[in-house]
Design a protein around this ligand. Structure first.
Ligand code: GEK
Length: 247
């Protein structure tokens, strides 16, 4: 991003009380920069969505992108697939995100069928879909709401459909966990974040972003009805899983 004012500096000044992290206009303006510099593998994960859709989505099939933010997954799919290959519904609770995503789609890919709805993904009535993406979203739901959502998504998926779940994770083993977290902080420092920004953001996300272990994710997918899931991507304490609904 060329405009320096869009660089994520949300946590660069000492705050008396660190604000609870929320997806408001301040976050939206610098979001693409923030997520690229703070989520290891974000670009690689997005880059695979088109390839996964080519293998698992029937021609003209439907894709949900839940917690779509600015619609990065929709843009990635539109960049990889022709306009008649899929229909996409992005869903986000944040009005600021939804508005920006709509503007981006209208400007960047007007020929693709990309829709954005402002809604809570926990209470949405889901239409049948061939591919459901939760790209770093489930971690923001209260843990007690996660099982019910995945059960709903399993029910909405068409036979042969796939669910992609990308998350920040924790390790059961404390030493392994500490190593991954420390290298993650090195990663953020290498991407230009100061120690102050790293620790302030960590505090702001406490109790807002509640990560699970990979084992918990796979067990939850099984409880939701998926007979098969695998971790297809992992980079430090960030991972992406794919779960298959039998054809
Ligand atoms: C990407 N997937 O760039 N209902 C709807 N949206 C929600 C809810 C909810 N209950 N809770 C949180 N959100 C994106 C990145 S960001 C991840 C996802 C991050 C939304 C919230 O408004 C935000 O836009 C998104 O989930 C999480 O591929 O910021 O680290």
């Amino acid at each position: 991003m060329s405009d320096a004012s869009y660089r994520d500096a949300i946590f660069s000044t000492p705050l008396d009380r660190v604000a609870r992290f929320s997806f408001d206009e301040n976050v939206v303006a610098c979001f693409p920069d923030m997520i690229r510099r703070s989520v290891p593998g974000y670009g690689q994960i997005l880059g695979m969505f088109g390839l996964i859709a080519q293998r698992h989505l029937r021609h003209g099939g439907h894709v949900y992108d839940l917690g779509c933010s600015l619609g990065a997954a929709g843009l990635a799919l539109a960049g990889a697939l022709p306009a008649d290959a899929f229909r996409y519904t992005g869903v986000d609770l944040s009005p600021a995100m939804v508005e920006r995503a709509r503007q981006t789609f209208a400007a960047e890919c007007p020929d693709h069928a990309l829709q954005v709805d402002e809604a809570d993904i926990r209470t949405l009535d889901y239409a049948p879909s061939g591919m459901i993406i939760l790209n770093f979203t489930l971690q923001f739901l209260p843990p007690e709401d996660r099982d019910a959502l995945l059960a709903k998504l399993y029910a909405a998926l068409e036979p042969g459909g796939v669910l992609i779940l990308s998350e920040k994770t924790v390790d059961i083993d404390e030493r392994d966990n500490a190593w991954r977290v420390e290298r993650y902080h090195d990663f953020k420092r290498a991407n230009g974040y100061s120690d102050l920004e790293i620790s302030q953001k960590r505090n702001a996300l406490e109790n807002v972003l509640v990560p699970d272990t990979l084992e918990t994710h796979h067990a939850r997918l099984k409880r939701a009805g998926f007979t098969r899931s695998l971790t297809w991507f992992q980079y430090l304490n960030f991972a992406s899983l794919i779960a298959f609904k039998e054809a």
